[in-house]
Design a protein around this ligand. Structure first.
Ligand code: NDP
Length: 468
């Protein structure tokens, strides 16, 4: 049997219950196993969280900051183990923008977030009275996290929540639970029991969390259909929610770019984490004057990127994380080819493994799945454009509105175009480059609420006013 990574309940390792194997997508071999938690495990965790909340929520802010800073230090001390475990279960390479990068991001996000503070505000103080605004913790937050950036997204859910005085029960994806379980185990050294707990599930625990009367808020990162179910479930007892859902991010390349200079930035915009990133560039609109040169330069980068087993130090791109996602990307590429798109590099793979060649197609148009839907994988469709107003209208005509980018040699021109794009974040000459002090969230069906920075911290609180 493969190594078990237990749940962390009330500060202790909890192995109660049946287990399931987690598969290494690079090899098809088990990476380890986790507990398939049931309702009783959830009840134990909720009881421990509610007990811990009484003390944790009333601690001085500085104490919680200190605990978060200690977590950053613990991540640093255990970075190698966490990166290897992450690579083994997720598939992403140790190197490049891979597992070591992700764990480094966890430390950076935790360290930065630990420095934030929400101070009470005085809204009025005059002869008619005084109004104080306080940000108070919500209670117990259930965090449901995905398989693409499992540890970093876990940190985004956990750290602001506990800094603001909440307790968190995190349920990582069944595809990649191990690194989150281990992260939460490592964190226990910095926290009282019950403040952060982790429960794995092979399916079915998510809805029980949204249903649970002892959980006050659900924060969810994942697909739009599941986000909609979370919202419906949370409506029953008016739980708070933060939803970070899908994106179908457009990137608009203007005729004044230097194709060679932007090729690498475009590549990582499209193919960061093998394209399995909510804010990756997913629709690439290139002006006709530079279309061929940009496509050639982008394909040149793609063809030279080493792909292989995540644990191989030479790999920069790994496999697709799971078979379902692999099949989605395969279907979208085939659909585009069937409808007249042209293959530049890559294509529909024949093999039985999860290594999917980095794929670029031109002539991709509305009506093709690769254009209209989120591929969430290593394929990008390029669309040629001529008219600026038309391409902006096309970029904005999507149910998603997470990110977007403008690529230009003229910074002022790009900045003016950014104002016309409807998305939560607009990048100029880069894409998907999130940072801990810049609030991140989507418009339309890309989600509700934001993460990161003070705005993200506020999402973890209720407003309380005191009027005297
Ligand atoms: P989903 O987005 O469908 O989410 C699966 C998770 O949601 C599981 O943890 C599951 O828990 C939980 N869940 C399911 N139903 C409910 C519910 N009613 N209430 C609460 N939780 C629930 O993930 P998939 O892996 O299936 O990904 C599908 C698509 O999502 C991808 O193709 C991609 O497009 C997108 N995606 C987006 C991501 C992003 O970063 N925005 C990340 C990953 C995927 P349990 O198993 O315990 O029931």
């Amino acid at each position: 049997m493969s190594k078990i990574y237990p749940n962390i309940i009330d500060g202790t390792r909890d192995e109660t219950g049946a287990t399931f194997d987690v598969i290494n997508p690079s090899t098809g071999e088990p990476a380890g196993c986790a507990v398939n938690s049931d309702g009783a495990a959830l009840d134990r965790a909720v009881a421990a969280a509610r007990k811990a909340f009484t003390d944790w929520s009333t601690k001085p802010w500085a104490d919680r900051q200190q605990a978060c800073a200690r977590i950053a230090q613990l991540i640093n001390e255990n970075a190698d183990e966490l990166a290897r475990l992450l690579s083994t279960e997720q598939g992403k390479p140790l190197n490049g923008v891979g597992a070591r990068f992700e764990i480094g991001g966890c430390e950076a996000w935790t360290g930065y977030t630990a420095s934030l503070e929400l101070k009470p505000e005085i809204l009025q103080d005059n002869e008619e009275g005084k109004v104080e605004l306080h940000r108070v913790p919500i209670g117990v937050i259930g965090a449901i996290t995905p398989w693409n950036w499992p540890v970093l997204i876990g940190i985004w859910h956990i750290i602001p929540a506990i800094l603001a005085g909440n307790c968190v029960i995190i349920k990582p994806s069944e595809n990649t639970p191990l690194s989150t379980l281990r992260l939460v185990e490592i964190m226990q050294d910095a926290l009282p029991p019950g403040v952060v707990q982790a429960l794995a599930s092979d399916g079915g625990l998510g809805p029980q969390m949204t249903d649970h009367p002892g959980i006050d808020k659900i924060s969810f990162t994942g697909s739009i259909p599941t986000g909609s179910k979370v919202m419906a479930g949370a409506a029953k007892d008016i739980k708070r929610i933060t939803l970070e859902l899908g994106g179908n991010d457009p990137g608009i390349v203007l005729p004044d770019v230097d194709p060679a200079a932007i090729a690498e930035g475009l590549f990582w915009g499209c193919f960061i984490n093998n394209g399995q990133t909510c804010a990756a560039l997913k629709r690439l609109y290139v002006h006709e004057d530079v279309h061929d040169a940009v496509v050639d330069a982008l394909a040149g980068v793609a063809k030279n990127m080493p792909m292989g087993d995540g644990l191989d130090e030479a790999s920069i791109i790994g496999p697709v994380q799971n078979r379902d996602q692999y099949n989605i990307v395969k279907d979208y590429v085939q659909d585009a080819l069937d409808k007249g798109a042209s293959l530049v590099t890559g294509g529909v793979p024949e093999g039985n493994d999860l290594f999917f060649p980095t794929t670029i197609l031109t002539g991709v148009e509305p009506g093709m799945k690769l254009h209209d839907l989120e591929q969430f994988g290593p394929a990008i469709g390029v669309t040629k454009w001529r008219d600026e107003d038309a391409v902006i209208a096309l970029a904005n005509d999507d149910k998603c509105g997470l990110g977007a980018s403008v690529w230009s040699g003229d910074a002022d021109k790009a900045r003016k175009l950014a104002d016309k794009i409807s998305a939560g974040s607009v990048w100029i000459n880069k894409h998907g480059m999130i940072q801990p002090n810049a609030p991140f969230g989507g418009v339309r069906q890309s989600g509700i609420g934001v993460q990161f920075g003070v705005e993200g911290l506020r999402e973890c609180t209720n407003v309380k006013t005191i009027l005297s």
